[in-house]
Write a new protein. Structure first.
Length: 198
């Protein structure tokens, strides 16, 4: 088979070397094609050597939802500011937690088994402490004698406008006093001072 291919190639080369005009034109076009290919290959080799043919693909940047990104950044900024406020008032919050003595499962039993002076007072001692809801004061508005506060009260809602005397938590809590520094509320049997977040 190799001999047949060699004979065919020799036959083609012999035909191209013929003296007829078609054969001469075909040989000229073949030489021209080989010369052009050599020039093109040399040019690309030069570009490769110079490094000009190396084209870095442009990075594909996914489309950005501006509204979604803006909302995400605003939420992150809000969370950061809230965290900084909590850190700023951490001692006050710690004081509030210590003041309300969070022990929901402790029942203040009477020290003596005998009957107490009042049956209702003994019954009150048997009632375990009820935890107050988580509360924050966003803003305070004082116009003349009118005092209102914007509060977030757990299980009641966010952004609630309250006045002195406002009750919450099924009547267990009541707003006692609103001042420029915070809000004093009564919960169950004690008072809690909630500072204004600044």
């Amino acid at each position: 088979m190799a001999e047949e291919m060699l004979q065919e190639s020799q036959g083609i080369w012999g035909w191209l070397r013929g003296g007829r005009p078609v054969q001469k034109l075909s040989l000229f076009l073949l030489l021209l094609f080989l010369l052009g290919a050599a020039v093109v290959q040399g040019y690309y080799f030069y570009l490769l050597y110079e490094g000009k043919s190396v084209v870095s693909p442009s990075p594909k940047v996914p489309p950005v939802n501006i509204a979604k990104e803006e909302a995400r950044l605003q939420q992150e900024d809000k969370d950061f500011r809230q965290m900084m406020l909590y850190r700023k008032h951490s001692r006050e919050y710690a004081g509030v937690i210590l003041a309300i003595s969070r022990e929901p499962y402790r029942a203040d039993l009477p020290t003596k088994s005998g009957s107490s002076s009042s049956g209702s007072s003994a019954q009150d001692l048997m009632v375990p402490e009820i935890l107050p809801p988580y509360m924050t004061v966003r803003a305070i508005f004082i116009v003349g004698n009118e005092k209102t506060a914007l509060m977030d009260i757990e299980s009641e809602g966010a952004g609630i406008i309250v006045k002195e005397g406002h009750s919450f938590g099924g009547g267990l809590g009541r707003v006692l006093k609103i001042s420029g520094n915070g809000v004093v509320v009564r919960w169950f049997k004690g008072k809690i001072t909630i500072p204004l977040l600044q």
